[in-house]
Write a protein that binds this ligand. Structure first.
Ligand code: C2O
Ligand code: CU
Ligand code: CU
Length: 429
């Protein structure tokens, strides 16, 4: 954890050695550490100064996923940091409390870069998040929870070869870089800042004892009210904050199970690939619970955008044509601007085609529908990534500018699809 208010955060892209299983050392990449980067904590109203330095042998772009900043500061493929050089953006944090992340967004190399470890979490606090009676003891009852799948060669090196027209699925589930960890928690409420940081795997999380938990936040901020669930479907790039109650003192194991068709959030093809154990929680009576925390009935006031105010609807059809992954028939071209958005105008973005996982830069949006249905209650918050389940639509307003030189991206957040060209660019002026 690094606190952005303590001065510029140094994020050095470097090679490292990391043990996913506590035994074998695996060559990895990280940002100022062996594998992945630190959790960067900042707050609304602050200016977050980052200093990226590339000590790797290839160029890297690093993007702040979910950050409301201009195209210049967004870290898209145009902002490549060449080997031996650095980039020091100062990011004005204007958005509400949320759990975001940063990750490589390098032209055609995002998948392998994120897989090797070029990713980390960003936590934004604000007055509202400070005032809510939520667990906030970092590492004790407020835990970053980055879930990824990994495969290994015989010699312990990372295996990344399941690419092709399909997606990347690996055999070993990791949380914060540890294969199926055991975590000790207090006998009380625990907050998980869940990030699906996988390249291409969807998860449908549930506890083996099917205990109820609460979703309190999504990609871009808190829900208005907590939503009680027993399973939660999470696509790559999405974040949710959960409250899990361990006051019964019983251990619990988080698993991912096959999603059922027709939930509105489960894609047409098999996205889960069986059942996986993710993490085991054990209650440690010596860790004092925070007696002031509870599940608050009210979390946030969201300014809902009105579809009647939308001045344009844009259509995005995501498809595979002649083995090329395209949006509206076109593959990513860094020299082409696909859309020109007017700053401050409300728009509807309408997605269809095959099942993909759509993400747009420079904004948070509100999901209007998934596969023709109203989205599930836990998606009624600001989001920036949504599974299309063949069809989806959202309403959005872009409040920051992005120029021809540093446009924003929209793309499938299955990283292999992004690398294969399922991405486009837009300006906001
Ligand atoms: Cu998470 Cu365009 O990225
Ligand atoms: Cu992004
Ligand atoms: Cu896709």
């Amino acid at each position: 954890l690094v606190n952005g208010s303590d001065g510029p955060v140094s994020l050095k892209m470097q090679t490292g050695l990391w043990s996913f299983d506590g035994k074998i050392k695996t060559p990895t990449w990280g940002l100022s550490q062996d594998y992945m980067g630190p959790v960067v904590r900042t707050r609304r109203g602050a200016e977050l100064a980052l200093h990226y330095e590339n000590t790797l042998a290839e160029a890297v772009s690093i993007h702040g996923h979910g950050l409301h900043v201009t195209g210049e500061l967004d870290g898209g493929p145009q902002r490549a940091i060449r080997p031996g050089t650095s980039w020091s953006p100062i990011l004005p944090i204007v958005q509400e409390a949320a759990t975001l992340w940063y990750h490589s967004h390098t032209h055609k190399r995002t998948g392998p870069h994120v897989y090797n470890g070029l990713a980390g979490m960003i936590v934004i606090d604000d007055d509202n998040s400070d005032s809510l009676p939520l667990p906030r003891r970092y590492g004790i009852d407020d835990l970053p929870f980055i879930v990824q799948d990994k495969d290994f060669n015989q010699d312990g090196t990372l295996l990344y070869n399941k690419v092709g027209l399909g997606r990347f699925y690996a055999e070993h589930m990791t949380v914060n870089g540890i294969i199926q960890p055991r975590v000790e928690v207090p006998k009380g409420l625990v907050r998980l800042r869940l990030l699906n940081g996988s390249n291409g795997r969807f998860f449908n999380f549930t506890f083996t004892d099917t205990r109820v938990f609460h979703v309190i936040a999504g990609d871009g901020g808190f829900l208005e009210e907590p939503v009680e669930v027993t399973t939660l479907f999470v696509a790559p790039g999405e974040r949710y904050e959960l409250l899990v109650d361990f006051s019964d003192g019983l251990p619990a194991t988080l698993r991912s199970v096959q999603a059922e068709r027709g939930e509105g959030t489960s894609p047409a093809f098999n996205p889960i690939q069986g059942e996986q154990t993710i993490c085991t929680f054990e209650v440690n009576p010596r860790i004092a619970p925070d007696l002031d925390v509870r599940v608050p009935p009210r979390l946030n006031d969201i300014a809902w955008l009105d579809p009647k105010e939308a001045h344009i609807t844009r259509h995005f059809t995501m498809a595979t044509i002649n083995r090329k992954m395209v949006i509206n028939g076109r593959m990513m071209d860094m020299a082409r601007i696909d859309h020109r958005v007017q700053k401050g105008a409300v728009e509807i973005w309408d997605l269809d085609g095959d099942v993909h996982n759509f993400h747009a830069h420079g904004c948070s949006f509100q999901v209007l529908s998934i596969n023709g249905k109203t989205p599930p209650a836990h998606m009624k918050c600001w989001k920036d990534t949504v599974i299309t389940d063949a069809k989806a639509s959202f309403i959005v307003r872009f409040d920051h500018t992005a120029s021809d030189a540093f446009p924003y991206m929209f793309h499938c957040h299955l990283l292999e699809h992004e690398d294969m060209g399922m991405m486009g660019q837009f300006t906001v002026e």
